[in-house]
Design a protein around this ligand. Structure first.
Ligand code: SAM
Length: 310
């Protein structure tokens, strides 16, 4: 990978010698970076006017374009959920720091990305450390935007060992789905996996996805659903298995005193309506086999005009 000093923010430049990355792991340990392409798509998250790298502030070398809606409804719930998530993710609580657990996750996800084709340039909203790159061409233009500013650095060792893509430097900006710090009509694909149930204002997040997509571009949403499995249609789990799942989840919560910090548990229909009302034609749902009607992926295609009136 060729980079020039001029393309890096100051702390990252220390990792480069003679315009070439000499130690990619060192780049990761130091900081994330923004390559020429990513720097060229930046915009003010509120005005959406084009901006250059030097117009932003940086925290420990990471561009910080986060915008908080502190006095709006739902902020406290979002902030509590986010604090919980950041701790959960960096401590590997859901995976017990097991390489096998992360490898299984990669195996479960592989079918999704052989079913859907993600064309570059891709913006991964709420993309964290960028693990979806495991399924993309190394050369694909890719940018992760996420408020968890430490996400690319606080990677559990077993996760780093399982995901090959995590050894590559990541285009990363700290930012919010509701206020994307990128120019309009810049991306072929917006990827939103397991994140629409984390944001404070999901309508704004979907409107922003619409704004940054080229005409005809695609939004891929992956989400855990509430309601009955398979969106209430198709194969249903037998009653005994459903009871076992509910009782098991309830008991686990009582024992671990764990709270569900997701701010939204939609049914399939709620998700479809959210996308359609905000300018997308929605394709057929794809159910991830491992989660038996509980985790869906749907692709929306950007329509030319958003219907603005009710
Ligand atoms: C369950 S994780 C999913 C991470 C990643 N998409 C994946 O599938 O591996 C949810 C992500 O949403 C991010 N998030 C929370 N609120 C957000 C917001 N308002 N805008 C963008 N991302 C947000 C979190 O920081 C976290 O990285």
């Amino acid at each position: 990978m060729q980079l020039e000093r001029s393309r890096c923010t100051a702390p990252q430049a220390e990792c480069l010698r003679g315009g070439e990355v000499t130690n990619i792991l060192a780049v990761l340990e130091e900081k994330t970076y923004l390559d020429d392409w990513a720097a060229s798509v930046l915009a003010d998250p509120v005005s959406k006017e084009p901006r250059r790298l030097e117009d932003f502030s940086f925290i420990d070398g990471v561009l910080d374009a986060r915008v908080y809606l502190r006095s709006s409804a739902g902020f406290k719930e979002w902030a509590d959920g986010q604090a919980h998530y950041e701790q959960w993710e960096s401590s590997s609580a859901g995976y017990r720091d097991s390489i096998e657990a992360y490898l299984r996750e990669i195996e479960y996800d592989a079918e999704v990305y052989s079913h859907f084709d993600l064309s570059a340039p891709i913006i991964d909203v709420g993309g964290g450390s960028g693990t979806v790159r495991e399924f993309l061409a190394e050369s694909a233009e890719y940018l992760s935007v996420d408020p968890f500013i430490e996400a690319p650095h606080q990677i559990p060792p077993s996760k780093a060992a399982a995901y090959r893509c995590l050894s590559r430097p990541l285009n990363f900006v700290a930012g919010m789905a509701e206020f994307l710090p990128v120019r309009s009509e810049t991306f072929r694909t917006v990827h939103m996996r397991s994140m629409l149930d984390h944001v404070q204002v999901r309508e704004l997040a979907v409107m922003e996805a619409w704004r940054v997509l080229e005409p005809g571009g695609s939004l891929l949403v992956g989400l855990s659903l509430g309601g009955t499995p398979y969106g209430g249609s198709g194969a249903r789990e037998p009653l005994t298995r459903r009871l076992r799942t509910w009782v098991g989840a309830g008991l686990r919560r009582i024992i671990t005193r764990e709270k569900d910090h997701h701010v939204w548990r939609p049914r399939l229909q709620d998700l479809v309506v959210l996308l359609e009302e905000n300018g997308f034609d929605v394709g057929e749902p794809f159910w991830q086999s491992e989660w038996k009607g509980r985790v869906v992926y749907i692709m929306g295609t950007k329509r030319l005009k958003i219907p603005r009136s009710a």
